[in-house]
Design a protein around this ligand. Structure first.
Ligand SMILES: NC(=O)c1ccc[n+]([C@@H]2O[C@H](COP(=O)([O-])OP(=O)(O)OC[C@H]3O[C@@H](n4cnc5c(N)ncnc54)[C@H](O)[C@@H]3O)[C@@H](O)[C@H]2O)c1
Ligand SMILES: NC(=O)c1ccc[n+]([C@@H]2O[C@H](COP(=O)([O-])OP(=O)(O)OC[C@H]3O[C@@H](n4cnc5c(N)ncnc54)[C@H](O)[C@@H]3O)[C@@H](O)[C@H]2O)c1
Lengths: 207, 207
């Protein structure tokens, strides 16, 4: 069980970590975390020791991983909202689809690098420029990213999503994404699905 | 092995069967098939006996099933082309997608019951009215039908496809289709897929 004062300091530690991530600082020391709430480094180490399984590396805490850990601990994980990148033919159909709400899910933000599309409203959402992806995903604790861009740029889009804290990618581009271990990719190759149907028919022919 | 004259009569039998199907006649006798090529009914029965596994019911041949059988026997099965019904947001994205060609596949005809859409050109194909679905599918020996209409009308669209000889349905509508045994349905519920991703995240949270 965690003492109440320690519990109340966790969200502040979390905000301090988020700020470090936004500024591009990979490590944060316990002294620094302590300054954000006005307690000594030793108290921070004691608070974080309540989080089972969270070790302390020698150079300070790794900002990204402690932030993810605190996100889960504080119940900040957003498992109902997704962002979509690539508002072309397929992306637009998915963005306009009301059926996701059946499962309590929704695509809450759309991104595209085509400046002619940025600012357009699709399904009640304004298309945003790519620069805002990482920051918005992190602020809203988005976990799910949908990729509907051409295959050659899918990897760089995946990396931008991961930089924003996204842990699950639904990939419609026909290519293999290389991602860190803690990120899950679900590939959806619709053309391969149609090919399977066609193969079935061919098999029947010779069957 | 089938004697050459018998083999050459098969496509004519097939056309005769197709004509009967178009006219709504369920059965065709061997005498009638014989008349289409100028041979007696007994010769027709001898020709068809070469098709292993094809029995002859008492009331004449069942037009649809003998036609399907001859389609396969003559290699007329078209396993590379598909028709799509419901050219809305999703149907349009699929119709415009060049990626199916990677597997030698293509969507060759689009249908919709919205008369405002009929006649529009999408991805080089004119949107056709629903009345033409069964006839076109049969003439081109189409085996694969893609359903991208709202769930409440998906069953009736499936039946129209099956009437056109379609044997495989790729169903995007979130509903269960009831089809004859020889028709295969592949359901693609994209909303359920997204829900799976969300569920994964929730599981991680409590994991
Ligand atoms: N349309 C389909 O039915 C279909 C079917 C199967 C697979 N796919 C796959 O889905 C993806 C999208 O297909 P589509 O038909 O919608 O393509 P599309 O060309 O219509 O749309 C692609 C969109 O991505 C945007 N984009 C390109 N580079 C970007 C980048 N670096 N960052 C952000 N946005 C970028 C473009 O501006 C465009 O809006 C492709 O990988 C395709 O292979 C599509
Ligand atoms: N858009 C998506 O991303 C998405 C995702 C998952 C599932 N789906 C499913 O795919 C289907 C299509 O979705 P959508 O978003 O494209 O819908 P939509 O409303 O944009 O398109 C439906 C199309 O079907 C046509 N249609 C309706 N009744 C018809 C009939 N009896 N015969 C022929 N055409 C008919 C309409 O005229 C319209 O063009 C729906 O069942 C939906 O649940 C869509």
């Amino acid at each position: 069980l965690i003492p109440r004062p320690a519990l109340e300091r966790m969200p502040v530690y979390y905000r301090c970590l988020m700020k470090a991530i936004d500024e591009g600082t990979p490590f944060v020391s316990s002294d620094e975390l302590g300054r954000s709430v006005g307690v000594p480094g030793v108290q921070v180490r004691k608070d974080l020791s309540y989080l089972s399984g969270y070790g302390r590396p020698g150079v300070g805490y790794v900002a990204r991983s402690l932030a993810s850990y605190l996100e889960e601990f504080l119940g900040l994980i957003n498992d109902k909202e997704a962002v979509l990148v690539g508002v072309g033919n397929l992306g637009r159909a998915l963005a306009l689809y009301p059926g996701f709400a059946r499962y309590g899910l929704q695509i809450i933000a759309l991104f595209d690098n085509d400046l002619a599309k940025v600012g357009q409203i699709i399904g009640g959402h304004q298309i945003l420029p790519m620069e805002r992806l990482a920051n918005l995903s992190r602020r809203l604790h988005i976990q799910i990213g949908i990729i509907t861009v051409p295959a050659p740029v899918a990897q760089e889009v995946a990396e931008a999503m991961i930089a924003g804290g996204i842990k699950m990618i639904w990939n419609f581009a026909p290519c293999r994404l290389v991602v860190p271990e803690d990120v899950l990719v679900k590939n959806e190759d619709l053309a391969a699905q149609l090919a399977m149907l066609s193969y079935h028919i061919t098999c029947r022919k010779v069957g």
